[in-house]
Design a protein around this ligand. Structure first.
Ligand SMILES: Cc1cc2nc3c(=O)[nH]c(=O)nc-3n(C[C@H](O)[C@H](O)[C@H](O)COP(=O)(O)OP(=O)(O)OC[C@H]3O[C@@H](n4cnc5c(N)ncnc54)[C@H](O)[C@@H]3O)c2cc1C
Length: 444
């Protein structure tokens, strides 16, 4: 336990290292627990902190790309790990890719040598006494089973998941409106967009789904698909009509173009209140990203779809933050418990670093007796955090940075590239103001 005032951070991954360093740079004491190398996860290979478990890319550096914009925001907020990534960059065109070992080694050195951080190599089975200390939970998608069990009893049923089965999300403005129709089943409203398939297209779609190139499941992921979230290609493989009687069933729908029920229907459900993003209902998938574009692109409404998030299926511990969270990155009724990283329901390296940074900032604010702060919704970090707190708790699934999360722009419609430039300019202006009013004072 740190001598008060101070914080405990659970998990020395991307979010935990970033959060711990932010608290330490404000001069507070931190105890950082990391269970590796004594207790392994299924994906980490070393005992180094901030290990990248898969790709060595932190994605685009261009601010007209959602990940590039998020990185620029984090850089302006003083992110440790983005500085370490820049130091260890390898050539990768318009992406920031790093020397994986150099990156993790340097992050480990910095954390180990920080005079305010005590690194304890031990598995945490229960959270520390939250009356006595601020705690940042950053144990990641592969949170140990013992900690998972104790979080379950602390936070209650339906608050924590260990698996995600994600359907793709596409941007509303990339859909062909002439190839789909708005209608709810049995005449209930018009909340869904429906993409009709005739029998010939349906059979081709099923054949391509089954034959498509898929990401192989890792050993630890292969076992347990819940019946309710089987990958769409597995359902398709179980019989030629399984989709038509399952996620693509047309019952209760009539195509206004023909007045008849289509052979099958792929439904699109609004993903956010402003209607800028649509989710392909029931299409959780292991297809490779290019294959998702190709196979779902057979459906005319989706032929030019821009993917804001691709589908995936994998082991992932994450909280239902819309149900149990309290802005910002706190747990309702537990004001000393902050959460960071993939466990918050964000998805991705940079998103994990970003929530780590924000949890670190808010831990510092708590320790200084200040209220929590959130970046404005116009910023990518603010929009992401607003999403994981404000999404519909029913069927909540993780989210990565994307432009569909941002509030729409004012003014006349322009081309896609111009819009991205405008989103980025607005975000960075809002971010600078947030930094100058809520962050800078903490570290001076
Ligand atoms: C297999 C896999 C591959 C992924 N590939 C990518 C990718 O290519 N690109 C991408 O952008 N995102 C990827 N992600 C998603 C995500 O970005 C990474 O998992 C990221 O590392 C999450 O950061 P984090 O800090 O939340 O968790 P982590 O970086 O995993 O850090 C959590 C740390 O907590 C430790 N820990 C767990 N339980 C305990 C405990 N009880 N006590 C003490 N320590 C504990 C772990 O050992 C780990 O070091 C992947 C996720 C998985 C599971």
């Amino acid at each position: 336990m740190p001598e008060p005032p101070g914080a405990v951070v659970v998990g020395g991954g991307l979010a935990g290292c970033e959060a711990a360093w932010q608290v330490a740079r404000a001069g507070f004491e931190v105890v950082l627990y990391e269970m590796r190398p004594g207790t392994a996860t299924e994906a980490h290979r070393t005992g180094l902190l901030a290990e990248l478990v898969c790709s060595n890319s932190l994605k685009s550096v261009e601010t007209t790309n959602a990940h590039g914009l998020l990185k620029e925001e984090l850089r302006r907020l003083g992110s440790l790990l983005l500085a370490v990534a820049a130091e260890n960059a390898v050539p990768a065109g318009k992406a920031l890719a790093v020397d994986r070992e150099g990156f993790a080694r340097r992050a480990t050195e910095i954390i180990e040598s920080d005079r305010h951080i005590r690194l304890v190599r031990r598995e945490v089975a229960e959270l520390p006494d939250l009356q006595r200390t601020v705690c940042i939970l950053a144990s990641g998608p592969l949170t140990s089973a013992r900690l998972h069990r104790s979080l379950d009893s602390l936070l209650g049923e339906h608050s924590l998941y260990f698996y995600d089965a994600i359907s793709p999300i596409v941007s509303a403005d990339s859909l062909d409106p002439d190839s789909c129709f708005a209608q709810g089943r049995w005449g209930h409203g018009d909340d869904y967009l429906n993409c009709p398939l005739d029998e010939e297209l349906y059979r081709r779609f099923v054949a391509e789904l089954v034959a498509a190139d898929k990401v192989e499941a890792r050993d630890f992921e292969s076992a347990r698909f819940f019946q309710g979230c089987l990958p769409v290609e597995e359902i398709a493989a179980s019989g030629p009509l399984s989709l038509a009687y399952g996620p693509l069933k047309p019952v209760g729908l009539a195509d206004p173009a023909t007045g008849r029920r289509p052979f099958a229907v792929l439904q699109l459900r609004r993903e956010n209140a402003s209607g800028t993003m649509y989710n392909l209902v029931g299409c959780q998938t292991r297809l490779r990203q290019a294959e998702q574009r190709r196979v779902f692109g057979l459906i005319p409404a989706l032929a030019q779809a821009a993917y804001l998030r691709y589908g995936s299926v994998h082991r992932n511990t994450f909280l239902n933050l819309p149900r149990v969270g309290s802005p910002v990155l706190e747990i309702a009724g537990k004001p000393n418990l902050l959460v960071a990283g993939q466990i918050t329901g964000v998805e991705g390296y940079v998103e994990s670093i970003g929530t780590g940074l924000l949890a670190g900032i808010n831990a510092v604010r708590k320790l200084k007796g200040l209220g929590p702060a959130a970046p404005p919704r116009q910023t990518m970090l603010g929009a992401l955090v607003a999403y994981v707190h404000g999404a519909d708790p029913e069927g909540f699934q993780p989210m990565n940075a994307n432009f569909g999360l941002l509030p729409p722009l004012d003014g006349p419609k322009t081309g896609r590239e111009r819009r991205k430039e405008a989103f980025a300019a607005r975000a960075l202006e809002a971010l600078d103001e947030f930094r100058d009013t809520c962050v800078r004072e903490l570290f001076s």
